[in-house]
Ligand binder design. Structure first.
Ligand code: ADP
Ligand code: MG
Length: 238
């Protein structure tokens, strides 16, 4: 049975129909990448899943439960924002523990969770620093750490590497994938970069104007692009 189900999800802003009927079933543990050109609706679809934006119509089910109208904070999903979303005046430890403190988790339990996440992310020796004392890649790992400590059912990433330089982007991409495997997590990852999509994904979802153009493994898309649009997007002549 699918772990996360998107059923005919739609989103309009006034007369602008941004998401136009998306159906998708995601299995537990899958690494799904939403890819497509700027403006095709990737971030909006992710925000609908996260509950940061109400749907216009359609349904969203997680682990058999209808979460379509559940508030974002109760969904058991964690969205990883770009690293500039860190609190600049707080230590790495406080940044990573913030959500747990708000939720009233006991102090020693918080410490155990933050230290575990810090070890997974090679941040153990940086817990007392503030974000400005870290490199861009380390900051992005703190942003990921904030999600890990909550042990969410699903991780949502929106272009997490776009603030990093090319060399760091490659490393961090590998780290994110390792982490996904280590945590056995279900992940939805948004990018406009076809290399990221093809190297990270179990399945790639190609979006075009708010609709799914094709879903498949990187190899499927490479060997059997459903359209000229997909072929061009993944950089293959057809
Ligand atoms: P992507 O992440 O693929 O670049 P977005 O999901 O950010 O695309 O945006 C898709 C379309 O929806 C764009 O045309 C954008 O202008 C529009 N859009 C996004 N959010 C809003 C909003 N809050 N109000 C009006 N239009 C929006
Ligand atoms: Mg976007």
């Amino acid at each position: 049975m699918a772990y996360l189900q998107l059923r005919d999800m739609r989103k309009s802003f006034g007369e602008t129909h941004v998401i136009q009927g998306v159906n998708l079933e995601i299995a537990k543990g899958e690494f799904i990448v939403f890819v497509g050109p700027s403006g095709c609706g990737k971030s909006t679809l992710l925000r609908l899943i996260a509950g940061l934006e109400p749907v216009t119509s359609g349904k969203l089910l997680l682990d058999g439960r209808d979460i379509t109208h559940m508030p974002s904070g109760k969904r058991d999903l964690a969205m990883v924002f770009q690293s500039y979303a860190l609190y600049p005046h707080m230590s790495v430890y406080d940044n990573m523990s913030f959500a747990l403190r708000l939720a009233g988790v006991p102090k020693d339990e918080i410490r155990t969770k933050v230290e575990y996440a810090a070890r997974q992310l090679n941040l153990a020796q940086y817990l007392e620093r503030t974000p400005k004392e870290l490199s861009g890649g380390q900051r992005q790992r703190v942003a990921i750490g904030r999600a890990i400590v909550r042990a969410p059912k699903v991780f949502l990433f929106d272009e997490p590497l776009s603030n990093l330089d090319a060399a760091l982007r490659g490393n961090t991409r590998v780290e994110i994938h390792k982490l996904h495997v280590a945590l056995g997590a279900t992940t939805i990852y948004v990018t406009h970069d076809q290399v990221e999509a093809m190297t990270l994904a179990d399945r790639v979802v190609v979006l075009r104007d708010g609709r799914i153009e094709q879903v498949g493994s990187p190899l499927d898309l490479y060997d059997h692009p459903a359209s000229q649009f997909v072929a061009q997007f993944i950089g293959m002549p057809s």
